[in-house]
Write a protein of this length. Structure first.
Lengths: 282, 285
């Protein structure tokens, strides 16, 4: 006790700092960091030229384009519906609201492979609503639209659950003030409510995007994985390389993926730090 | 004025009903329809076929592997989650934000990369491979990690790693640490403080985290897919579903939906349990 009072600037009254720090760092290193570092280590053995050759193979480039493009569209769709669902769940009362609220987490609870085979079956020519949609000329399974559908499925909880808590704590005073001062309801929403929700919506968007770019299980059945149609996603290509024991290529692609997800995580962190600063400043 | 007020209220109501209808339709088509579709597809060949496809050796073995991997990873991650949340909420230190970001890594990377990471560590080309060979030759053991059960367990732990701390940290932050400080100053030892002071605050969040962790561990596919190659030995339920679905015959596709229906039932139980826990937690506060 005496030692801590003398030795450190801050007094640590609660016990267990050393112990919890030791356990946390050890487990984090052995289970997460060291395995990921092995990927990095292995890819560093490649010369830059080899590395760029491997990641600029046509089917790899096409897979990156497909994954990023479809994930962007899905994240955008999820932001629109996520905002709407959060609004409906927070601001309105109606029969079955609790069930609706409980269902939002379904994509977290349902294994991705199960979601994958079901969506693929539903949106194929013989399924419902796939049969109907292909009747009006819209093929979903085995196209990019199918990939987007799967990514909307897995991503929807991220946007709803990012926006919902912020909307719940949002003071309706400002809205009332804006309304009394004569702003229309649309104007009130876009000028008063939306700016408050925007950071959380952006967080939800980024989370859904990160999930979408790396998604595997729910996508690989509905996408058809055709190199010719460009419906292979990055995770599928990595898996394919692994099965062919082409480890150099698999690690090179994985490294690019890791960089993308770190950038996204960094962005999410910045958004959240900024938001907490703003909240604390008020 | 009166007229325009009425018009305002009317248009408000219209907006409300449109938004609710679109939301309900969205959830019904995107989320509920797939569940119904699994059940319908699984019963296509009748109830006898349904139970027959659930009782093959492959499925029972996969169920065993899945349950084992889930139990171990929930255990490991619960321990880690509690320790890490204690560290992240009870102390101030340099690098705290970095540490908490690192813990969240598994959330944002592709599960396939998690599988690859273990292959590159323990597989033939991995730097840890000679170490394992040495252990095996010195102690006469036959430890295998990649393409064996330990790999499946490690992959499952990896993807569910942040689940518990994610739920517990916010609760501990909002509770603050005055109570623990008081207990410590009055002479209580670490574990006693945790048991008597901290645990009652976090029990619902912990349970919620465990539920989410269980759901994810049961359903993990990508990471395990990279690390498990032997059907009937190291396959988990999602891998068995994949194998049945990909074999392509109408019967085996129906069988794969039958196995899927087990996981759908578990998913529904998870959702209900989650709701109950959340409700209880709100009541307690």
């Amino acid at each position: 006790m005496k030692k801590t009072l003398k030795g450190s600037r801050k007094v640590r009254v609660i016990p267990g700092f050393g112990l919890t720090m030791g356990i946390t760092v050890t487990m984090l290193s052995t289970l997460i960091i060291i395995p990921l570092a092995s990927v990095l280590l292995y890819s560093l053995r490649l010369s830059p030229k080899e590395f760029f050759e491997l990641i600029s193979e046509p089917n790899v480039v096409s897979a990156f384009a497909t994954s990023i493009f479809c994930a962007l569209i899905a994240a955008f769709i999820n932001s629109v519906f996520g905002l709407m669902l959060a609004w409906v769940l927070v601001r309105y009362d109606f029969f079955g609201k609790r069930i609706l609220d409980g269902l939002i987490e379904l994509p977290f609870a349902l294994p991705t492979a199960v979601a994958g085979i079901t969506l693929s079956k539903m949106y194929s020519n013989t399924g419902f609503p796939g049969g109907f949609l292909s009747g009006i000329g819209l093929d979903v399974s085995y196209t990019h639209i199918g990939i987007v559908v799967a990514l909307v499925f897995v991503g929807i909880p991220f946007t709803v659950r990012s926006v919902q808590p912020v909307l719940e704590t949002l003071d309706s005073q400002y809205e009332e003030a804006a309304y009394i001062l004569g702003a229309s309801r649309r104007r009130t929403f876009f000028k008063v409510v939306f700016p408050e929700l925007f950071p959380s919506l952006l967080t939800g968007f980024s989370l859904a995007l990160a999930r979408g770019i790396g998604e595997y299980g729910s996508v690989i059945y509905i996408s058809g994985n055709s190199a010719k149609n460009g419906t292979q996603v990055v995770s599928y290509v990595i898996m394919q390389k692994l099965e062919r024991l082409d480890y150099s290529s698999a690690t090179a692609i994985a490294l690019v993926m890791l960089i993308i997800s770190f950038v996204l995580m960094f962005a999410i962190n910045i958004i959240q730090i900024r938001r907490s600063r703003r909240v604390n400043a008020v | 004025m009166d007229y325009s007020d009425k018009k305002q209220i009317f248009s408000r109501k219209i907006t409300k009903y449109i938004l609710i209808t679109v939301s309900v339709l969205f959830i019904a088509i995107m989320l509920v329809l797939p569940l119904v579709s699994v059940i319908i597809n699984s019963l296509k060949e009748g109830i006898a076929f349904y139970f027959k496809s659930l009782s093959t050796n492959y499925v029972t073995s996969a169920l065993g592997v899945t349950v084992m991997a889930t139990l171990i990873s929930v255990g490991v991650n619960t321990f880690f989650g509690i320790v890490a949340s204690w560290l992240l909420t009870r102390f101030e230190f340099r690098g705290k934000n970095t540490l908490s970001t690192l813990i969240d890594i598994p959330f944002s990377i592709s599960p396939v990369i998690a599988g690859l990471a273990f292959i590159m560590t323990f597989g033939r080309l991995g730097w840890a491979s000679p170490v394992i060979d040495w252990i095996n030759s010195t102690f006469g053991t036959d430890i295998q990690i990649v393409f064996a059960l330990p790999g499946v367990v490690l992959a499952t732990i990896f993807v569910t790693f942040p689940f518990i701390s994610r739920e517990v940290v916010p609760v501990l932050n909002s509770v603050g640490h005055d109570e623990e400080e008081a207990a410590a100053l009055m002479g209580a030892k670490g574990f006693k403080i945790f048991r008597k002071v901290t645990f009652p605050h976090i029990k619902w969040a912990l349970l919620y985290g465990i539920i989410l962790c269980t759901a994810r561990a049961l359903g993990e596919f990508g990471a395990v897919n990279a690390l498990s190659k032997t059907r009937g030995q190291t396959f988990t339920l999602p891998l068995e579903i994949d194998a049945l679905y990909m074999s392509g015959s109408a019967d085996s596709i129906t069988a794969s939906f039958a196995v899927s229906s087990l996981l759908v039932i578990i998913a529904i139980i998870v959702l209900v349990a989650r709701n109950i826990v959340e409700h209880r937690a709100k009541k307690d506060n």
